[in-house]
Design a protein around this ligand. Structure first.
Ligand SMILES: Cc1cc2nc3c(=O)[nH]c(=O)nc-3n(C[C@H](O)[C@H](O)[C@H](O)COP(=O)(O)O)c2cc1C
Length: 570
């Protein structure tokens, strides 16, 4: 018997408890075999496809959105993020896949298998839902593509349509690779092509199309751009409140005022997501209020704290995973998050039982395990090459091929950023772990757990003094020659928590990067900056101050953009 897969968004009612969608006008279905051939069955195409707000409501009107992130919003990370949201609120969280390349996806089976694991590998008739878009665990889900050819985009989108709620077009990628490939934000100047790309999916694809754009220099231009995308048929418009030039050291803050302007000037039933400036959970409500958007998308904030969309537990109900300090401020412990993350990888990506773990340590527990753990760490810390040779360990073929395993190291560097900058031995261990696969990351977890236990005990022993000293040092830090309004010091102080708690990485603002000499402006960049400021002044009329954030073309940076920044594709 052929298993039928559900196409969620066709004439759908909201998700049922199992995450499946029930259709109002009968059930529109597609077999995995049909899906793999990329051809939707006739009944699916004929069924009425929901659009705009009706579609948004059919997936549960999500307010929280995991951003598309190249190599970083993969299945395991989405599962981890979802794991912090209560079961009853799952439909409030929508996730985007990493950006996939439409032409490669439409043409290369190998690329598809390496990036989208909707069904188990094996005989082509296998239609068992597996990871990406699995209706009972990975929905609602939007799959994102970059493209510049409507036919290639449609062909790629048809492959994933049976496994997702919508397909998104990336119009925000600002990287050099997008400039060369002519996609992402480099399509901005070709509004006709953008219309054709979105409109082709709107007309031909059995699931809705959505789009993610960046803002332009002026409100009027951005509004016209948004109107074009919506007219072409986008059901949801995500707006990243930064311009194409704002990346790397000159990322700066996102412009929520511009998002509010769009909200006020687009048709009232437009579904809009706001993106940019979300560092902590509390910023989400602020953003919803300031912009009037339907939902808030987070990328970097989510990478630093996958629990960013979850309400903290009430005082007194912290349990072992959440830590609250004497000042009442707290956060999810990084060792707890890492455990959850590794357990998800064991269970789903590797299909094996996660290791049995003792209860996460809290002060007051027996500490005998700590000395034992330290001994084991020392023994297992022999050079990886030697160890692999001795015990034949190393990643299995399955691990090597898994996009979820490949994403682990950057995730852990991000999540453990504050821990590893203090405990450089753990940083070195993490840097070496990739070649050992999941075993290497288990060793990193063991070391992180021991360090966190030590940190917690010290905090208790000193009555919180160990962290108070750190905060005091921050308060003493002078801003140097950084002009007022261009300093990130206040934000750093607001967000700072002890290193065992998940917290954002606050980027220096462009003014600070300039003052520190991390970037210099090239002639071209200086001209671009002056021109941008002038255009903004003209657009905003006399008497309005412009915020200059050193926003110049990337060519002006002195340093090579760090590898993480290379990944910032939207
Ligand atoms: C590691 C990383 C990868 C990203 N990859 C994508 C991507 O594949 N597609 C996309 O539209 N945006 C991508 N972006 C941009 C984010 O989706 C988002 O627009 C941007 O980071 C601003 O949001 P934030 O302030 O919450 O970080 C990426 C960002 C990061 C940090």
């Amino acid at each position: 018997m052929r298993r039928r897969l559900w196409i969620g968004q066709i004439s759908g009612l909201p998700h049922s408890a199992t995450g499946r969608l029930v259709c109002a006008r009968g059930i529109a279905t597609m077999t995995a075999a049909e899906a793999q051939q990329g051809s939707p069955p006739a009944d699916a195409v004929r069924a009425k496809k929901l659009h705009g707000r009706a579609f948004y409501e059919s997936i549960g009107s999500p307010k929280f959105v995991v951003a598309p992130m190249v190599d970083q919003s993969e299945f395991a990370w989405r599962m981890l993020t979802r794991s912090f949201v209560p079961e009853s609120e799952q439909s409030n969280l929508l996730a985007y896949t990493p950006m996939l390349h439409a032409r490669l996806f439409s043409q290369e089976d190998k690329y598809r298998k390496a990036h989208f694991q909707a069904v188990r590998p094996g005989p082509s008739s296998s239609s068992e839902p597996w990871l990406d878009g699995n209706p009972s665990i990975d929905r609602p889900l939007v799959v994102q593509f970059c493209a510049n050819d409507p036919e290639a985009l449609l062909s790629a989108a048809q492959h994933v349509a049976p496994y997702c709620d919508a397909v998104d077009l990336n119009l925000g990628c600002p990287q050099g690779i997008a400039r060369k490939g002519h996609y992402g934000a480099f399509l901005q100047e070709d509004q006709d092509l953008i219309f054709r790309l979105v409109n082709t999916l709107h007309r031909e694809l059995p699931v809705p199309v959505t789009a993610k754009i960046r803002i332009l220099e002026t409100k009027e231009k951005t509004l016209a751009y948004a109107q074009n995308v919506l007219k072409a048929g986008a059901s949801i418009l995500t707006v990243h409140g930064r311009r194409r030039e704002q990346k790397g050291h000159i990322t700066g803050v996102a412009d929520w005022e511009m998002l509010k302007f769009l909200r006020d000037n687009l048709p009232a039933d437009t579904v809009m997501f706001a993106n940019g400036n979300i560092l902590q959970q509390g910023d989400i409500e602020k953003c919803l209020e300031a912009t009037g958007a339907d939902g808030v998308m987070s990328a970097e904030g989510n990478l630093s704290d996958p629990a960013i969309f979850a309400k903290p537990p009430p005082v007194g109900e912290e349990g072992r995973e959440y830590w609250r300090g004497k000042d009442g401020k707290g956060g999810w412990r990084v060792d707890a998050i890492t455990r959850r993350y590794l357990d998800i990888l064991h269970k789903y990506a590797l299909g094996s039982e996660p290791p049995r773990r003792r209860p996460l340590f809290v002060p007051g527990d027996d500490t005998a395990w700590m000395a034992e753990a330290e001994r084991t760490e020392a023994e297992s810390d022999e050079p990886a090459k030697k160890r692999r040779k001795k015990d034949g360990s190393g990643p299995s073929k399955r691990e090597e091929l898994s996009p979820n395993l490949a994403a682990m190291q950057p995730h852990l560097f991000h999540l453990l950023r504050h821990l590893v900058s203090r405990h450089t031995d753990v940083r070195d261990m993490l840097a070496r772990s990739r070649k050992d696969g999941i075993d290497g990351y288990e060793r990193v977890l063991a070391a992180a757990e021991r360090k966190v236990a030590e940190g917690l005990l010290e905090y208790e022993r000193t009555g919180g003094q160990s962290f108070d000293d750190e905060l005091a040092a921050l308060a003493d830090d002078a801003d140097g020659d950084v002009p007022s309004g261009e300093s990130s010091r206040g934000t750093i102080r607001r967000c700072r928590r002890p290193w065992w708690v998940a917290q954002p990485i606050v980027r220096p603002l462009p003014g600070e990067a300039l003052a520190k000499g991390a970037i210099t402006l090239s002639k071209k960049a200086r001209a671009a900056k002056a021109e941008g400021a002038e255009a903004k002044r003209d657009a905003e009329g006399p008497g309005k101050e412009t915020k200059e954030n050193g926003d110049a073309a990337a060519e002006g940076t002195k340093e090579e953009i760090a590898s993480r920044d290379e990944l910032v594709a939207g």
